[in-house]
Design a protein around this ligand. Structure first.
Ligand SMILES: [Zn+2]
Ligand SMILES: [Zn+2]
Length: 353
């Protein structure tokens, strides 16, 4: 990985953010060549999924939204990772990842000599397994606590709770809250989709390798709205379209040069599904760090529109000319979310990545 990072720097693709001040954790800057490459990928995606399809339109929503959006979407309550802290060195770890890092060990079998033992393995001298902090090897770890991953900020001149808002952790909510605006102004008929490219922010505790998991990143997202009462090819429309989007996205990757042998689909287990999802399939890519998520495609049902209807008091329904459909609300969505421009993003089981 170090070779890759230094090559990207030397050739003007990716620099560490604020490098002259020692760098900002898990933030990266795209250099002169990197920005060209990134823009190319974005243009390609936009042309393929927005401009060339009759059933798609684009959107560019703002990063800072009404704080109620994140309450309604479930992010305030559910967008969390379980964290443990070291009582000694104060280092913080994701509870589910703490066994995946090498650990520091002062071995009693060798007069307390300090070793770094590979992740998940016992000490080769005394056979002990890790019980203390992997970082300092001395501190006890606290019980897991839930830590929200959204970046907080204040709107306006006063730093008080009433002015508290968030940098968006996903672009999708901008699409949902504009559902009615797009529907009315563009006179769309179901099924149709809205796509968007934009920055999102997640306060990752254990940011990953290089640009493969960053705190600030760019997403390409699509929300596709279908009539849940409709049957297509003998299947409910939401299931049919979900499958279609999986195929279309795989075809897109292959068409633009990703080898089939480096791509695979991974079905989410039931307990792994995000709070809104009926079914989620990840497109995984064989990165230098191993298989990891390149894109997640989720059937979110009507979770989001229903939530926003409830919290905003607006109906967010669809009228097809004769009747309000299925209590009016179209099922969303197949939701390709691609981190292609910033690389892969892996997600933990419990959060709504
Ligand atoms: Zn420690
Ligand atoms: Zn030992």
């Amino acid at each position: 990985m170090d070779t890759l990072v230094s090559l990207c720097k030397r050739r003007g693709f990716v620099f560490q953010s604020s490098e002259i001040y020692g760098g900002t954790g898990s933030c990266w800057d795209y250099g002169p060549l990197g920005v060209e490459l990134k823009n190319k990928i974005k243009q390609l995606w936009w042309r393929e999924f927005i401009q060339r399809r009759a059933d798609m339109v684009g959107l560019d929503a703002s990063i800072i939204m009404h704080p109620m959006v994140w309450k309604a979407s479930g992010h305030v309550d559910h967008f969390t990772d379980p964290m443990v802290d070291c009582r000694e060195c104060r280092h913080r770890f994701r509870a589910d990842k703490v066994d995946e890092v090498p650990w520091v060990h002062y071995c009693p079998a060798t007069k307390g000599n300090k070793f770094t033992v590979p992740a998940g393995e016992p000490c080769g001298h005394c056979g002990a397994r890790r019980t203390l902090c992997p970082e300092c090897g001395k501190g006890e770890l606290t019980a897991p606590r839930q830590f929200n991953l959204m970046f907080k900020t204040f709107m306006g001149p006063v730093e008080e709770d009433a002015a508290l808002t968030y940098l968006r952790p996903e672009t999708a909510q901008g699409i949902f809250v504009n559902f009615d605006n797009v529907l009315q102004s563009m006179r769309r008929k179901l099924p149709f989709g809205i796509g968007q490219i934009g920055k999102s922010f997640r306060n990752e505790i254990t940011p990953g390798n290089f640009i493969f998991r960053t705190r600030e990143f760019e997403q390409m997202e699509i929300e596709y709205f279908v009539n849940p009462a409709e049957v297509v090819d003998g299947r409910p429309a939401d299931e049919y379209w979900h499958e279609r989007w999986i195929e279309d996205c795989m075809a897109f990757f292959e068409r633009y040069g990703l080898g089939r042998e480096n791509l695979r689909l991974r079905e989410h287990e039931k307990e792994e599904l995000a709070h809104y999802a009926k079914r989620t399939v990840d497109v995984e890519y064989r990165f230098p760090i191993g298989w990891s998520e390149l894109m997640g495609i989720a059937n979110r049902t009507d979770f989001d529109l229903k939530q926003h209807a409830k919290w905003s008091g607006k109906s967010l329904t669809y009228f097809d000319g004769t009747s309000w459909r299925d209590s009016g609300r179209p099922t969303t969505t197949t939701r390709p979310r691609s981190g292609a421009s910033t690389g892969a993003r892996t997600r933990s089981a419990r959060r709504s990545a």
